[in-house]
Design a protein. Structure first.
Lengths: 476, 456
């Protein structure tokens, strides 16, 4: 992968080992703890079907180099939107303004040991013919409409991206990665009488576009979207108040991402502004709960071979049998906290600074059958799909909005209820986990996490969970 | 076409005319190549901006950033098929590849009668100075000093503020060019100076975080840094000791920072994209009552110094002042040329959204609104994505202050507020005079008659 990335980013711009070391020398002067160069090129391709025809197609390319110099807890940062030696040196000089010292140093870099490969290097934007993509979208449209005559609008988005990165840093790292990412989204609008409701499904990951074009894959998404829309057509007002909530497996793991994940990112904890700050070793969940952040899963949307600082991806245990055991770190925060980086240093692009971010965050399976969990609830709701969430890491309050949910009464699933926001408190929500299912699932590959204005692809997952007390924001 | 050179980092500020000429040259090169490649029509948007930002935390510099962003997007039309490509790399070979890619895509997309440029007669012809360009002669040290003063003022405000997420100051200048194959070439330039401060307060009840900010076209017009720092302190301190409220229906007063979101949802529901997709609870609503009779919404796209001011929209169509809602009735939709054609209507020059939409009509002070509410919830923050524009159902996380007998009683958090947008906006009981001028949707506090709050 490194060879491919280097050829695309460095060789193509006439940059060799000596040019990299020259730029790094400017970052390695007195007072600088760490400096790095991040070369990136990303090509994206997208096709959109709406109202029965493929009306839009896009092709986007971005490349550049971001240069960072860290002194203590301070960072100087600059970037150039084209890759050339003069632009690189200019950016390096801007970045090192973080120290007043003008002295430069010397850096030797050599290629780092190869990380294990979690995905292929093939470029999904170059695979197959555009006419095949257009045909696929039309086939999906016809299939979706054939499933239910109440479908009035179908939109389908197919996207593929291919990213090459090279990281060189003053701690001696020289490495690279090539990351494919594909995604298919199906959205339907269904109408019956005066009611209109939507349904959504989709997925993807770091694999070839052909895998998404496999009928078995997209037909599953299509059926899920239509099923969700149809269910919402019958939904009644959701209840309001504090009650027992059972969360389905897979994508509802967005709960863990918001309630736990962000609060365990190293930067917030180093600064002491997370509701989880200084709580390592404490019990924050019931004993059945073990939660990891795992960037090493094969071909997953949130997976990485190396993070954006060149650290090999890892599997970090965050909560083990209910106890808080670890934070997710990038290099800056790991150094300041005196721990090792965990492979969670990520950035949206060369034009953004890296920070601790999640990869694929999920809870390990427990021992209960999901049917048994629902049967144990006298009065509550069962939520199986969500739009996404948000958290205030300092107060710990988090929300996530259900897009498909049902009433539970006397241990039996009842009718569908309208989408409602659920709100809770991160540090104590998992202390109210009453049962953990044996049905761990990961999401289908649609997660986008936003933090300080930067978006990165992530994954989530969990088994069925019963939470004994969460506030449900309905109207009934 | 001559060489297209990457210009120096401060070129935007030092010589905006030259930078504009450079971008126009690139736009013309793109349009020429598109025509030669067989496009019937083409359009291109190019932007170039320079930003400096500093962040300090606990009295130390945390980040110094110099951001030079450029981007070009080209869209070509051929036999009613479109293709689009973009890049942030303005070197000639990359730009040429973009045009070729867009042309290649247009060979595969399907015919769409709605696509293509807006009528040439609608293009903007006059370009009055909208008073948007006020570059500031500021060094990094000026920005650092201002951020330090801001954070210190906030931290000195109260001993319970023991921590900070930092203060930042940024200054940005940007130039934009839009050109199309009608021969239309428009250029715009604008500056934006911003500051913000995020503080953490703690007491026996726990830890809270809140912030304050300001933003302006003119650096001199920014609030004093001490004001923003102490504003953040005031906001975070009033959150300490927050608790849940009992579940039930109550009146809800939205503070200006969240009230604009309510109007924004309504604007979304009457925007062309959602209408032609039938994804709106306000289909076929022109002429319908959407706000109380006392309320009028006026769009002023050429407001001097306005946060979203522009002479032309994203299609090159001339902007003009126009009411969206008068006496509570919806007068028109919010349409781009494309969405208008999809609906069989005419563009309202809203490609890119509404520009400086102001709520006019009778207003009262926020204190008067609180007195009228008597007992209810003042919302200062909403969380999450629980707004469904297809159905109008609204359910979001919230934080704010519980009000009793017209006075703030105690802070509230970990609650949700739910209702239906049609009822929430249709039954507004009053609007505040505390209009927030910093955003494109300019409203003060809004008093919503009744929502279901879920807490304990």
């Amino acid at each position: 992968m490194f060879e491919i990335a280097r050829a695309q980013l460095l060789d193509a711009s006439g940059l060799g080992q000596s040019e990299i070391e020259l730029a790094m020398g400017r970052l390695a002067g007195q007072g600088i703890d760490l400096g790095d160069l991040y070369f990136q090129r990303r090509v994206r391709e997208g096709w959109m079907l709406e109202d029965g025809s493929v009306r839009q197609g896009n092709w986007d390319v971005d490349q550049g180099v971001g240069v960072r110099a860290i002194a203590g807890a301070g960072t100087g940062f600059a970037y150039a939107d084209s890759i050339s030696l003069p632009a690189l040196l200019d950016a390096a000089d801007s970045a090192r303004a973080i120290t007043r010292s003008g002295k430069t140093g010397q850096v030797r870099v050599q290629q780092s040991a190869l990380a294990r490969q979690r995905y292929g290097e093939q470029d999904p934007t170059g695979q197959g013919q555009p006419s095949d993509r257009v045909e696929l979208l039309r086939t999906i449209d016809a299939y979706v409409r054939s499933l239910d005559q109440r479908v009035s609008q179908v939109s389908v988005n197919l996207s593929a991206s291919h990213e090459a990165i090279v990281v060189a840093s003053t701690d001696g790292v020289l490495t690279g990665d090539v990351r494919p990412l594909v995604r298919l989204d199906i959205r339907v609008l269904m109408e019956e009488g005066d009611r209109r409701e939507q349904g959504f499904s989709g997925g993807g990951g770091r694999f070839a576009l052909e895998d998404l074009m496999d009928p078995e894959t997209w037909q599953t998404f299509a059926s899920q979207a239509v099923r969700q829309g149809a269910i919402n057509l019958t939904a009644e007002a959701a209840p309001a108040g504090h009650m027992t909530v059972v969360l389905g497996p897979g994508w509802p793991g967005v709960l863990l991402h918001e309630a736990i994940g962000h609060g365990l990112e190293g930067d917030f904890n180093r600064k002491g502004i997370s509701a989880f700050s200084d709580r390592i070793g404490e019990r924050v969940a019931t004993e059945e709960c073990t939660i990891v952040d795992d960037g090493t899963l094969e071909q997953r949307r949130g997976s990485l071979n190396i993070d954006d600082e060149g650290t090999p991806s890892g599997c970090t245990t965050l909560i083990e049998n209910g106890r808080l055991v670890g934070y997710m770190q990038d290099k800056l925060n790991a150094r300041l906290m005196g721990v090792q980086p965990t492979g969670n240093g990520r950035r949206e692009s060369f034009a953004h600074l890296p920070m601790p971010r999640m990869t694929n965050t999920y809870m390990l399976p427990g021992k209960h059958d999901p049917g048994e969990i629902i049967a144990s609830v006298e009065d509550g709701i069962y939520a199986v799909n969500f739009n996404g969430g948000q958290v205030d890491i300092t107060s710990g309050k988090f929300v996530f909005a259900a897009s498909e949910a049902y009433r539970i009464r006397n241990g039996k699933l009842g009718g569908a209820i309208k989408g409602a926001t659920l709100i809770g408190n991160g540090p104590d929500v998992l202390t109210r986990v009453g049962m953990v299912g044996n049905d761990l699932e990961l999401d289908s590959g649609v997660g986008v996490c936003g933090k300080e204005g930067q978006s990165v692809p992530v994954g989530v997952g969990q088994p069925t969970l019963r939470i004994d007390g969460l506030t449900v924001g309905g109207t009934a | 076409m001559g060489q297209v050179q990457a210009s120096g980092i401060t070129a935007i500020i030092d010589n905006p005319d030259r930078e504009t000429e450079l971008l126009i040259g690139i736009a013309q090169r793109i349009l020429d190549r598109a025509r030669q490649g067989g496009a019937d029509q083409a359009e291109v948007g190019i932007s170039s901006s320079l930003a400096r930002e500093v962040g300090v935390r606990l009295g130390e510099i945390e980040v110094l950033e110099e951001a030079r962003d450029r981007g070009v997007r080209v869209t070509v039309y051929r036999n009613h098929c479109s293709g689009s490509a973009s890049t942030g790399d303005l070197r000639p070979d990359v730009i040429d590849e973009c045009v070729d890619r867009a042309l290649a895509i247009a060979r595969h997309t399907q015919p769409d009668k709605a696509c293509g440029l807006a009528n040439p007669e609608w293009m903007a012809r006059e370009f009055p100075d909208l008073d948007l360009w006020h570059p500031a002669d500021l060094g990094i040290q000026d920005l650092i000093d201002r951020a330090l003063i801001m954070e210190q003022a906030g931290r000195d405000a109260d001993e319970r503020i023991g921590n900070s997420e930092g203060a930042s100051v940024s200054t940005e200048a940007g130039i934009g060019v839009y050109a199309n194959s009608h021969g239309f070439i428009g250029s715009s330039r604008g500056t934006r100076h911003s500051q913000s401060c995020v503080l953490i307060a703690r007491d026996d009840s726990g830890m809270q975080r809140d912030y304050d900010w300001d933003s302006s076209r003119r650096f001199e017009a920014l609030a004093r840094p001490e004001e923003t720092g102490t504003g953040a302190a005031r906001r975070v301190l009033r959150r300490l000791g927050a608790r849940r409220v009992p579940t039930g229906p109550v009146p809800v007063l939205f503070a200006p920072e969240v009230a604009r979101g309510l109007i924004g949802h309504m604007v979304g529901a009457v925007s062309g994209g959602n209408l032609y997709r039938r994804s709106s609870y306000l289909l076929d609503s022109v002429g319908d009552v959407v706000l109380p009779e006392w309320a009028t919404l006026i769009e002023q796209p050429r407001l001097p110094g306005g946060p979203a001011s522009a002479c032309y929209d994203g299609d090159g169509v001339a902007t003009r002042e126009s009411a969206l809602v008068a006496d509570g009735k919806l007068l028109r939709y919010v349409l781009s040329n494309y969405s208008a054609r999809r609906l069989g209507l005419t563009t309202t020059a809203n490609a890119g959204g509404v520009r400086n939409l102001t709520l006019a009509g009778p207003s009262r002070s926020p204190e008067q609104l609180m007195a009228e509410m008597d007992t209810g919830l003042l919302i200062t923050e909403v969380m999450g994505q629980g707004v469904n524009l297809v159905t109008g159902d609204y359910s979001r996380g919230a934080a704010g202050l519980w009000v009793e007998n017209g006075e703030i009683a105690w802070p509230a958090e970990e609650i949700t507020i739910a209702g239906h947008l049609r009822d929430m906006l249709g039954n507004l009981r009053g609007a505040g005079s505390d209009i927030d001028q910093r955003r494109s949707i300019r409203v003060g506090s809004l008093l919503v008659d009744r929502m279901v709050v879920a807490g304990q």
